[in-house]
Write a protein that binds this ligand. Structure first.
Ligand code: CU
Length: 143
């Protein structure tokens, strides 16, 4: 008698546990459905953002300007290379012009050009920034 009762209670608790599991599953399901929705969005924003093709096609160069120098003041690129040049002013107000490539940034920003002319090309500050303005020069070496 007692044994059969235990079996019954076990069976009952089992079915209860199953029911509990079922309800947990559905709530877990809705919870997990919101979690992956945020995960793939982060993943998809990552993969096309810096596509391998874009980073290999375009050479990113960052130049910082201060009174009265550019850093770096010598940039080497390959002939035909697309260059994405970003100017950042760390001190004072400066521009960056590369007459040979018709580039003229009058303020911090980004410009893209193709280094399609071999040789050395001067770049210089294009904003009158003070006493050292004329000395703010650098060169792009296209090889
Ligand atoms: Cu200047």
């Amino acid at each position: 008698m007692k044994k059969s009762m235990t079996v019954l209670t076990l069976a009952l608790s089992c079915s209860l546990a199953l029911a509990g599991c079922g309800s947990k599953d559905s709530s877990g399901g809705s919870g997990s459905s919101s979690a992956p929705s945020s995960a793939p969005s982060a993943g998809t924003s990552m993969s096309p953002g810096t596509g391998g093709s874009a980073s290999t096609d375009v050479k990113e160069v960052k130049v910082s300007a201060k009174n009265f120098t550019f850093s770096p003041n010598e940039i080497r690129v390959k002939e035909g290379q697309k260059v994405k040049l970003t100017l950042d002013n760390t001190e004072g107000m400066h521009g960056l012009a590369i007459p040979d490539f018709k580039v003229d940034l009058q303020k911090p920003g980004t410009v893209e050009f193709t280094a399609d002319k071999k040789g050395e090309h001067e770049f210089h500050c294009s904003v009158m920034c003070g006493a050292g303005h004329a000395d703010m020069k650098g060169k792009i070496i296209v090889e």
